[in-house]
Design a protein around this ligand. Sequence first.
Ligand SMILES: [Zn+2]
Length: 98
Amino acid sequence: MLQHGTRSKIAERAAPHLPFEEFKAESLEALLRLLEKYKVASSKIQFSESESAHSFCQKQLIHILVPFDHYPVNKHVYREVELLYQYCPSCRLAVRVL
Ligand SMILES: [Zn+2]
């Protein structure tokens, strides 16, 4: 019989946002704290200033990469992907772009 291991609990944890979903984040620190809960346990969130500007205010965007376990087939088969977020510190607006 198939065993339901501890991994299944993690598998049910969906990505926090849909692609292209926009949401408010009070600060970069607050956003990182939120994403921290979803990243792969042993991994590190990376962020850097991007080349691109926010179309709304023309301020520089911050890119944030979150390593994430993705389960495309079922909850026993997963692969690690990276979620990409952009954050505008001026508008305090974050968007998941990938
Ligand atoms: Zn902006």
